[in-house]
Ligand binder design. Structure first.
Ligand SMILES: [Fe+2]
Length: 386
């Protein structure tokens, strides 16, 4: 089966056509656990957030008893979205269209003109539709189905391959939140995320702190796992070399980069000094958004300054710029590995339109993860279509 290994699993249309996109919305994103936020985003009753999960807009809130609840964010009257974005301290959920009002348990409590015009309307039959919600590693996940399979069962097989990080003990570096609009299909971004082959090449000047030859990768079910140790010279003086304070609960023999991609679209990046979520949101066949949130050690600003200062020695001789052009407008000269990745993702998306496009994979071992991911996407859709 050597030939099959090199053949692309998914056709070009999987990355360009509206039909494929809608199928994935229906059979993948409407039917998997989706990232909603961090536990600390909701702290008091009535705090809420909203998200899109496939065809479903979902709202997550803390009810009066501080319990997490998830509902489909559509009014039972005419389907208008009830709440927008996120917010604090809601006592009731009122639809902007006709002021139908629900309590935090999703029960319809008030319909204007009811007494005069619809005295027989039974409010109990018009509760908000429930969705499933759960917490794993300090992350809130939502599933559009009310009786979804257990979140714990979904992630437990991949847990042995994750970092020893305890995200609950870290704090979010809020200024470091990033949102990238990328002109590429969501799968291109995921495939780039799990592709270990390009790390030593595209990122030769930006990710030199890790030993890319020592990658350990694989799949557990649909989830992808990835680990690589720190580069020897970086590790040797890591206490000084790290630009951020080290995560103190990661034992020295476990230090490295753990970069899993949880099916279908949530990457984690668990390193010696930070813990990040990388959430890929499909917007259109050729458009996606990536939202990144990062947690770090809860220590003083002074410690951060000191650490940055100490790490200067290790980083000061680096040029960061792949071709040394110094061109400020060139993503390949940015010194930012995310800018480098966005560049190649958008280039691949553009190439799909060329009649000369084809995939000539040679790295059977290193690109196997990309093929396996495509197989997983395909079989997830097929199983649910049949
Ligand atoms: Fe990359």
């Amino acid at each position: 089966m050597a030939i099959a290994k090199n053949m692309p699993i998914l056709p070009v249309q999987a990355y360009t056509s509206q039909d494929w996109f809608e199928q994935e919305q229906q059979y993948i994103f409407s039917r998997t656990w989706q990232f909603a936020g961090f536990v600390e985003d909701l702290s008091d009753p009535g705090d809420y957030l909203t998200l899109q999960a496939g065809f479903n807009n979902i709202l997550v809130l803390l009810d009066e008893k501080q319990q997490l609840r998830a509902f489909h964010n559509v009014c039972r009257h005419r389907g208008t979205q009830l709440l927008r974005a996120s917010g604090k301290g809601k006592k009731f959920l009122t639809c902007p269209y006709h002021d139908w009002t629900y309590n935090l348990d999703g029960e319809l409590t008030a319909v204007p003109e009811r007494k005069t015009q619809f005295p027989d309307l039974d409010l109990k039959t018009l509760c908000l539709h429930k969705a499933s919600v759960g917490i794993w590693r300090g992350i809130i996940f939502v599933h559009p189905e009310p009786d979804a399979d257990s979140l714990t069962d979904w992630f437990s097989p991949v847990e042995p391959y994750l970092g020893p990080h305890q995200p609950e003990k870290l704090v979010e570096y809020v200024e470091g939140r990033a949102r990238h609009e990328i002109n590429a299909n969501w799968k291109i971004i995921v495939e780039n995320y799990i592709d270990g082959y390009h790390l030593a090449h595209l990122h030769s000047e930006t990710l030199f702190m890790y030993d890319h030859r020592q990658q350990e990768t694989g799949f557990v079910g649909n989830h992808f796992y990835f680990y690589e140790p720190l580069a020897k010279d970086y590790l040797k003086g890591i206490e000084d070399n790290s630009p951020l304070p080290l995560i103190d609960h990661v034992p020295k023999d476990k230090i490295g980069a753990y970069v899993p991609m949880l099916f279908p679209n949530l990457g984690l990046s668990e390193t010696e000094s930070s813990w990040s979520t990388f959430y890929v949101i499909p917007v259109a066949p050729d458009k996606s958004i990536v939202e990144i949130r990062t947690k770090v050690m809860p220590v003083s600003d002074w410690r951060y300054l000191m650490q940055e200062w100490k790490s200067w020695n290790y980083f000061r001789h680096r040029k960061w710029d792949k071709y040394g052009t110094g061109d400020a407008d060139d993503p390949l000269a940015s010194g930012d590995f995310m800018a480098e990745d966005i560049y190649v993702c958008e280039q691949q998306q553009r190439s799909f339109k060329s009649p000369y496009f084809s995939i000539g994979a040679t790295a059977k071992d290193l690109e196997q993860s990309v093929y396996q991911y495509q197989r997983n996407v395909q079989s997830y859709v097929e199983q649910r279509m049949s």
